[in-house]
Design a protein around this ligand. Structure first.
Ligand SMILES: [Zn+2]
Ligand SMILES: [Zn+2]
Length: 223
């Protein structure tokens, strides 16, 4: 895989003319939104900051490098991603209603460690039902309560915390995060049940989602 592909997107002066609609969902002055090529949920998009002053590619390499910038510019960039992500969320919800007749939660967050060379915000539906979700590390990296997936609203809250807390959090110490991907049991993010293997976990996640669908359908029919 081309690990610099998001950076290539982020440098494009005119994303619409250079990226096909199968890749690009939308863009603004400050960011662009693409479909994740390996979706880990039913809906999975990425909001990518465009490389523009005062930022260079180096500042936007990942969340760690961004948070080493001055806090006011770093926060402004995150707020731009937040604004775009909220629009994407509404588009996903529209699509959920069209395809499933109900909406479910949407997560927005970052990975503290990534092999990709440019910062990207994950916006994905809360299900983790996808054929591309194959490995324990995939699952754990999106588990909403395990600590590896850094919710955007939590990262934004660091700016309002006291400075010593901010300094500690923005280090994003690899040795603290890496074990979260491999250690511990595989537990369903929804009901916390421990599942012994990835095939069992995947079947369970699908089962939970099917139950949710059935419940929502029953509610609709009662109306
Ligand atoms: Zn990622
Ligand atoms: Zn469950």
């Amino acid at each position: 895989p081309n690990l610099a592909i998001f950076r290539d997107y982020a440098m494009k002066p005119d994303p619409t003319s250079s990226l096909p609609p199968s890749i690009l969902l939308s863009h603004s002055d400050t960011c662009l939104t693409v479909f994740d090529a390996f979706p880990k949920s039913i809906f999975h998009l990425l909001v990518i900051p465009r490389i523009k002053p005062p930022f260079s590619a180096r500042h936007l390499a990942d969340l760690r490098s961004l948070l080493q910038c001055k806090t006011d510019v770093a926060k402004e960039l995150l707020m731009n991603l937040n604004e775009e992500a909220n629009k994407v969320k509404m588009m996903i919800e529209e699509e959920m209603m069209k395809r499933y007749k109900f909406k479910w939660d949407i997560w927005m967050g970052f990975h503290p460690i990534s092999s990709m060379e440019h910062l990207h915000l994950h916006v994905l539906s809360a299900d983790l039902c996808s054929p591309k979700l194959k490995l324990k590390k995939h699952f754990n990296s999106f588990h909403p309560n395990l600590g590896f997936f850094l919710h955007l609203k939590d990262v934004l809250s660091w700016f309002d915390a006291d400075p010593s807390y901010y300094r500690r959090m923005v280090k994003l110490d690899r040795s603290q995060y890496e074990p979260l991907l491999r250690d511990g049991d595989l537990c369903c993010w929804r009901c916390d049940r421990a599942l012994g293997s990835m095939p069992k976990l995947k079947a369970h996640l699908q089962d939970d989602f099917d139950k949710l669908t059935k419940r929502e359908k029953a509610t609709l029919e009662r109306k």
